[in-house]
Write a protein that binds this ligand. Structure first.
Ligand SMILES: CC(=O)SCCNC(=O)CCNC(=O)[C@H](O)C(C)(C)COP(=O)(O)OP(=O)(O)OC[C@H]1O[C@@H](n2cnc3c(N)ncnc32)[C@H](O)[C@@H]1OP(=O)(O)O
Ligand SMILES: O=C(O)CCC(=O)C(=O)O
Length: 403
């Protein structure tokens, strides 16, 4: 098994290594992310999120949809003028009007989107595959002549005939596009079908392939990783997975999983991911769920007695990901599932030297309190429970059970 071969990763490696393939993350929080129902960023919010995304190290920022006009155009123009390291790309339908509006924003790159499936071609545009190919051959060179880099967006590619996708890749490349996006628009792929589809395209073309996963089945991250195994070197992501319906592949999951699984490296600084998650959630009017992988409040917090007992001695016993790589730390709380070692640890961390007889009493009191409160026990409440335990053990306080 060779770690350099993306199809045979070495799961034991945890550090990004230079011999892993470089994967470009195209963050579309400001375009597809904002398509989540009710999410509406102000231009100043889009600008500050673009700066944060650039600081985090994504390769590309899909800044918005110029065809929306007004504030959206102003925001894209402002982002294009920031001089970011990331490529700033605008999303367009494959039409001359959208292209001209995009060019006027000052972006240097456009994603020209056209449906790939028969269903969308006929239902949305009333055209067939040949006309779709003709539009690619007309619009891509037009955009190139305007001095723009061009990616072709293959909407609904997961429901399209793979032979047509290959022809689209050929037409896109011959017309001057630098990339084709394979979009699982309605989120129906799994990792096996993603690898088969993406592998079919990457075997037939040397045009760069981007995979754009949706999370309708909770598989967007898994599918994105499968796409990399199959040769995709560009992935669409959004912060927190924000996006249409169930959203997109979360930036934080993809950026951390790629090197952790020995599949790829990116330029993303993992220590920026928490701040970014909260900035996007705030601007989106949403919250970061406590159990959200990588950036959730509780994902390095431990309550279960068996886990705490082991990781107090050796953190690696219950650690798949080192929190320090994300600028985070393990946290231990006491609650319904605490055992005696966790209670002793809590006493110790609050500065008490306890005699062993108080611990089982506290285990019971903590469990009871946690069920009533449906929350871990805060330090002040724990100290109150110490008092209760002392009253129970020795109502007259003739003996010091804690010091
Ligand atoms: C899978 C995706 O995420 S696709 C991206 C979705 N993003 C958005 O919709 C961005 C927000 N959208 C908007 O603000 C508006 O829909 C606009 C400004 C883009 C267009 O508004 P309108 O002109 O009023 O059109 P409306 O939204 O009613 O319908 C969409 C039109 O786009 C056309 N269209 C859709 N995809 C494409 C395409 N790839 N190429 C060309 N035309 C397309 C539809 O056929 C329809 O055309 P019609 O008006 O001639 O019937
Ligand atoms: O055509 C594209 O660029 C992809 C659009 C998209 O967001 C999707 O299909 O989910």
């Amino acid at each position: 098994m060779s770690p350099a071969d993306p199809t045979t990763p070495d799961p034991s490696r945890s550090d990004p290594a230079v011999d892993l393939p470089l994967v470009a993350l195209n963050d579309t929080t400001l375009r597809d992310g904002e398509q989540a129902p009710g999410v509406a960023f102000r231009p100043d919010e889009k600008v500050s999120l673009a700066l944060a995304l650039d600081g985090c190290g994504v390769a590309e920022i899909e800044a918005g949809t110029p065809a929306m006009g007004g504030d959206e155009v102003a925001a894209i123009r402002a982002i294009a003028g920031l001089g970011l390291k990331a490529r700033v790309i605008a999303w367009c339908r494959m039409t001359e009007a959208d292209l001209k509006t995009a060019a006027a924003t000052g972006v240097t790159a456009v994603n020209l989107s056209i449906p790939m499936s028969e269903l969308q071609l006929s239902a949305k545009l009333g055209i067939g595959r040949d006309e779709a190919l003709a539009r690619i051959r007309r619009l891509v060179p037009m955009a190139r002549d305007m001095g723009l880099e061009v990616a072709v967006g293959g909407e609904d590619a997961s429901r399209a005939d793979p032979d047509h996708l290959v022809r689209v890749a050929e037409a896109a490349q011959a017309s001057g596009a630098f990339r084709l996006r394979i979009a699982d628009t309605v989120g129906i792929l799994d990792p096996v079908s993603t690898a088969a589809l993406v592998g079919r395209i990457t075997a037939a073309t040397d045009l760069a392939i981007e995979f754009h996963g949706h999370d309708d089945l909770g598989l967007a991250t898994a599918n994105s990783l499968a796409a990399v195994r199959a040769g995709a070197r560009h992935l669409s992501v959004t912060v927190g997975g924000l996006g249409e319906r169930a959203g997109n592949a979360p930036l934080e999951e993809v950026a951390v999983a790629l090197p952790r699984l020995g599949l790829g490296r990116t330029a993303v600084d993992p220590k920026t991911l928490m701040g970014l998650a909260h900035a996007v959630a705030h601007a989106a009017g949403r919250v970061v769920p406590p159990g959200k992988a990588i950036v959730g409040r509780d994902v390095f917090t431990h309550e279960s007695g068996i886990h705490v007992a082991a990781l107090l001695d050796r953190p690696e016993t219950y650690q798949g990901l080192d929190p320090e790589t994300l600028g985070r730390k393990h946290r231990i709380v006491v609650g319904k599932h605490s055992g005696s070692k966790a209670i002793a640890h809590m006493l110790d961390s609050l500065g008490y030297q306890a005699e062993p007889d108080i611990i089982p009493v506290l285990v019971g009191l903590v469990r009871h309190r946690a069920v009533a409160d449906k929350a871990p026990i805060a330090s002040e409440e724990f100290e109150r429970l110490i008092g209760e335990a002392l009253d129970f053990l020795d109502p007259d306080r003739t003996h010091a059970h804690v010091h």
